[in-house]
Design a binder for this molecule. Structure first.
Ligand code: B12
Length: 250
């Protein structure tokens, strides 16, 4: 088992020491970074710092040096994002900081995505995501999408104010495995249930697993309306998506 001192990057070491409190998470994150080469740790540090220029530059450099795209993604970008996700969940950082990290992740992924798609690496699964009818909140949905993409899912983002018909059309037109609905208003939450009913009416309910989330949504509410799963945050969304695809969560 690796220890904190096995991580060469001082910034990453401090981040873990200060912010990752749960013993099982701490152990997982330490193991993740201890095996990562120093340059990957530097990418993760830049991402945690929300420095998109540096992530952009270091990702390009690493790929040009011949480091595998998957390694840069897993040991640099996703590893950094794992720390960001935990800091966010524990209220050590807030939406503006997470959005800066998301921008940095995007800057790195812009170099990775073309390589992975050219190499024909199959995504874990295909997901359609949208905010339900009448609701314009998209910050949380966008965070989920970014984390899903980072975890290897292909995501079709329908945007906000999405009607049942649009969700149905998107599932029919694209061979998706999963669908995610987001709602932030108590007045728009029922539109999740209505959309699920519309899938049943259209005889399409068996074609797709449906995830729901958003601040006012609860596990009970998800169960009541017949969703396949509920996630309380972006990390839970990824874990849920993996579970629904039958892939072990990392
Ligand atoms: C930012 C914001 C806005 C912005 C939205 C900008 C944008 N592009 O999203 C603007 C200013 C536009 C806005 C408008 C309104 N808002 Co507003 N808004 C907020 C605020 C402050 C933050 C929401 C947010 O982004 N949170 C941060 C993200 C990261 O969290 P999240 O969305 O919950 O997402 C996480 C999880 O829920 C989960 N998740 C989210 N989606 C999904 C999906 C799946 C599948 C899964 C698994 C997980 C998952 O993962 C995410 C990441 O961790 C909240 C207050 C609050 N603290 O929630 C009010 C709030 C949601 N708004 C509210 C209201 C009332 C409104 C307005 C009606 C105000 C008005 N009178 O016009 C309008 C409605 C507009 C509309 N039709 O949608 C109320 C809702 C009250 C209620 N009981 O319904 C809130 C709670 C504020 C309040 N306390 O009164 N709002």
């Amino acid at each position: 088992m690796a220890e904190l001192k096995d991580i060469s990057n001082e910034f990453v070491r401090q981040e873990i020491d200060e912010f990752i409190e749960r013993p099982n998470e701490r152990e997982r994150i330490i193991n993740l970074f201890a095996k990562a080469r120093p340059k990957m740790q530097t990418i993760a540090a830049a991402l945690i710092d929300g420095d998109n220029d540096l992530v952009n530059q270091l990702t390009r450099e690493s790929l040009d040096e011949g480091i595998e795209a998957l390694e840069v993604m897993d040991d640099g970008l996703i590893a950094g994002m794992a720390i960001v996700g935990i800091k966010f969940r524990q209220n050590f950082i807030f939406v503006p900081e997470v959005l800066a990290c998301a921008r940095a992740m995007k800057a790195g992924m812009a170099h990775i995505e073309p390589i992975l798609s050219a190499a024909g690496i199959k995504p874990i699964g295909k997901v359609v995501m949208g905010t339900v009818k009448g609701d314009l909140h998209d910050i949380g949905k966008n965070l989920c999408i970014m984390m899903l993409r980072g975890a290897g899912f292909e995501v079709i983002d329908l945007g906000v104010d999405i009607s049942s018909d649009k969700f149905i059309q998107a599932v029919e037109e694209n061979e998706v495995n999963l669908m995610g609905m987001s709602a932030l208003l108590t007045t728009t939450m029922p539109n999740m249930g209505k959309t699920i009913e519309a899938f049943i009416d259209a005889d399409l309910r068996d074609q797709v697993k449906i995830m729901v989330g958003g601040a006012p949504v609860t596990q009970e509410f998800a169960d009541e309306m017949g969703a396949d799963g509920y996630g309380k945050d972006a990390m839970a969304c990824v874990a849920l998506a993996k579970r629904l695809m039958g892939v072990e969560a990392r």
